[in-house]
Design a protein around this ligand. Sequence first.
Ligand SMILES: CC(C)(COP(=O)(O)OP(=O)(O)OC[C@H]1O[C@@H](n2cnc3c(N)ncnc32)[C@H](O)[C@@H]1OP(=O)(O)O)[C@@H](O)C(=O)NCCC(=O)NCCS
Length: 150
Amino acid sequence: MTEDDIPAVLDMERLACPHPAHAWSEDNYRSSLRSGYWTRVRTHLGTGQIIGVCVAMDGVDEMHLLNIAVDKDWHGTGLARGLLGALYASCRQAGVPLLWLEVRPSNERALAVYRRQGFVEVGVRKGYYPAPGGREDALVMRLDLKAAQA
Ligand SMILES: CC(C)(COP(=O)(O)OP(=O)(O)OC[C@H]1O[C@@H](n2cnc3c(N)ncnc32)[C@H](O)[C@@H]1OP(=O)(O)O)[C@@H](O)C(=O)NCCC(=O)NCCS
């Protein structure tokens, strides 16, 4: 992903999210690129249109999935699985054994994808996310890449 991709990524993600207010901001993407985080976009081979994005932050012996979004017209076609597969490959190449993420309990589609991929719930961060009329908890999930087949 490059800075030039940001406008198209923002448009794609706002339409993909069940609640556009939950989508990442331009600043989120700019600071991820500046920080050298693991970032990937998936483009449509025919049109060159951006149809997926994934961002992860590396730490010591672990990686943290910060964001993943797929064009709404491509939901359920395996693009998230593909982006996550690329992330697992990078983790394994770097010898990183654990992948972490936070997800809203209300985001059933994302939860289903993560569970299907072998992530397990290991905790709750109370009031982690802003939500209409207050805050929403985050489920903390972890994937052990040494054990997982994904
Ligand atoms: C969450 C999201 C990235 C999933 O993308 P996707 O491309 O539709 O997911 P995939 O098609 O790769 O699905 C991966 C697996 O989960 C399954 N799955 C997908 N959607 C599902 C659903 N609603 N219920 C149950 N299983 C589902 C798929 O069947 C697939 O299983 P398989 O690998 O065994 O075939 C997408 O819905 C999205 O962009 N949502 C908005 C942004 C968002 O909420 N991001 C997460 C922030 S934490």
